[in-house]
Design a protein around this ligand. Sequence first.
Ligand code: SF4
Length: 150
Amino acid sequence: MILVSACLAGLDSKYNGKNNYNGYIEKLVREGKAIMICPEQMGGLPTPRDSCEIACGAGGDVLAGKAKVIDSKGQNQTEKFLKGARETLKVARLYNIKKAILKSKSPSCGFGRIYDGTFSGKLIEGNGVTAELLSGNGFEVMTEEDIPKK
Ligand code: SF4
């Protein structure tokens, strides 16, 4: 069983009320091989919502209390991102999952590269909050950029 970002399976869970559909991910869910999670919704954020980025750091810094997640209006959304990451880990443990395919570049789900916190489209090296928590707990994490599109 694999954990997958819900927006990749076609759920309209993205900040703008849309999705990041990937046929390969949808097939995994249809075949009962994947469980969908959306850490931002599970942390209590609404959909649609203001887009968020990690300010001055990456997911590890947020988990360590050294960086914040802010939305495009400047509101601090850190606690909701932390809750969403913890709830995702809880789901993974309930299903005994050790592998995740998550949405690239997201402040929650991104793995390897994320937006830099300036809302300008620039990327930095690092992981989103949930991806970091999963990785730190021994999960194999990848993104949709590592798998087929269909
Ligand atoms: S938090 Fe993850 S699953 Fe939810 S919309 Fe953002 S990228 Fe997709």
